[in-house]
Design a protein around this ligand. Structure first.
Ligand SMILES: Nc1ncnc2c1ncn2[C@@H]1O[C@H](COP(=O)(O)OP(=O)(O)O)[C@@H](O)[C@H]1O
Ligand SMILES: [Mg+2]
Length: 391
């Protein structure tokens, strides 16, 4: 019994299904027991053969038994060609305007041409290429010819600044004749930033473009697709995102992108088995009010139930969530919170006092029902040793 209600008269078990059938928010200050509660919850879900995907920013969930664990950069990677250009920019944390974004898509297209039509991993030189020939290349470039030499992206981007001569020698039959130096100089910072990001070890590992022979890595989009489309027994997938710890914006973009993918796949299919998506310490990845609609967490919060996807989110303060996102969570497990402003924002009934809660104690609220005081029991596999390891 991982979840027991403490009442004055008797202990009784909580129906775990009702806790996870709606989006669940687990909220409480650091050390109040959020992660432990979710681990206890996941142990119960395992017994019920439910599919769970944990996006684990810190690596804390790797201690949960019976999981399939993938560590980003070790045995999992992200194929850059699986990302749309705006997603790629977000993951690389490039805050570019529409013009440079267009050039970046163009650069990707050109690198696909060199790889698939010229069988080279070099860049595509646009100088002196006839527009008619280029169009023919584009027609030959099939949609499956997706991958490209990612490491050459910054170098290729420079090529996208090729224009016809500015004088009477201009020949408009060509893609271009010389580099537009002024424009290039204006965008130089961004180009160098791109080159720098691509060279960073974390992104090298994330995108796996310097693979070591003998190591096998699974592509994240593929992994997500498999896990959310085929039901099988006892499945908890843990994706350890700690590789990108230093890049919270990239983590946020990655989580958002993956969740959107799952939602799209699920909405387009008839697959009905439920998938629970756990995001611990979600405050690091939550979108601001203005960015809500584009964000995968919000999209799942709003539309996920149609696709049998529900969220389990832990966060330190209820104020971390934009109100429109907060209102999507029908269920709440409240651990200790003492800040009066945070407490007030929860609009709790009188009997619920979150300021006095001991570790592992909480108040649970499931869609429309009364708040119940609960004590979360540690799962069977939890030992003191486990606790010591953590410290
Ligand atoms: N239900 C519980 N029963 C006993 N000890 C608990 C319980 N929940 C948490 N703890 C203890 O408190 C510590 C911190 O809990 P944790 O879940 O990591 O908090 P949070 O995720 O809110 O920061 C745990 O390592 C464990 O020792
Ligand atoms: Mg925690």
């Amino acid at each position: 019994m991982a979840f027991a209600i403490l009442t004055s008269s008797a202990n009784s078990e909580i129906d775990i299904q009702s806790v996870v059938d709606r989006h669940l928010l687990v909220v409480g200050q650091t050390g109040s027991g959020k992660t432990t509660s979710v681990l206890a919850l996941l142990s119960e879900l395992q017994k019920k053969n439910q599919t769970v995907i944990v996006l684990d920013p810190t690596g804390e969930y790797t201690k949960l038994p019976n999981t399939v664990t993938y560590r980003l950069g070790e045995n999992a990677y992200l194929a850059p060609d699986q990302l749309r250009v705006d997603e790629l920019m977000a993951v690389l944390n490039l805050d570019w305007g529409p013009r440079l974004r267009t050039k970046l898509s163009q650069a990707i297209l050109d690198l696909r041409i060199t790889r698939h039509l010229c069988k080279s991993n070099g860049i595509f030189k646009r100088q002196g290429v006839l527009i008619a020939d280029y169009q023919q290349d584009l027609r030959r470039l099939a949609t499956w010819m997706k991958d490209y030499q990612f490491t050459k992206l910054a170098e290729q981007l420079i090529q996208e600044f090729v224009v016809p001569y500015a004088d009477q020698r201009a020949d408009f039959n060509y893609l271009g004749q010389e580099l537009a130096q002024d424009q290039l100089r204006q965008n130089w910072d961004q180009i160098i930033t791109l080159a720098t990001r691509i060279a960073q070890p974390e992104f090298q590992k994330l995108f796996d473009y310097d693979p070591h022979p003998g190591t096998f890595k699974v592509e994240l989009n593929y992994l997500f697709k498999q896990f959310t489309s085929q039901a099988s027994e006892h499945r908890t997938l843990v994706i350890d995102l700690s590789l990108l710890r230093q890049y919270p914006h990239s983590q946020e973009a990655l989580i958002s992108t993956l969740l959107k993918r799952v939602l799209t796949l699920r909405l387009a299919s008839n697959i009905k088995f439920p998938v629970r998506l756990v995001i611990d310490e979600a405050h690091r990845y939550l979108p601001k009010e203005a960015d809500l609609v584009k964000n995968g967490i919000f999209q799942i919060a709003r539309e996920g139930r149609k696709a049998h996807l529900t969220l389990i989110l832990t966060t330190q303060s209820p104020l971390d969530l934009a109100p429109r996102l907060r209102s999507q969570f029908a269920n709440c497990l409240l651990h200790r919170i003492t800040d009066p402003v945070e407490v007030r924002s929860l609009n709790l009934p009188k009997k619920v006092d979150s300021t006095q809660l001991l570790v592992g104690k909480g108040w649970l609220h499931c869609d429309g029902n009364e708040w119940q005081e609960i004590q979360v029991q540690l799962p069977e596999w939890w030992t003191n040793k486990n606790d010591q390891n953590k410290r």
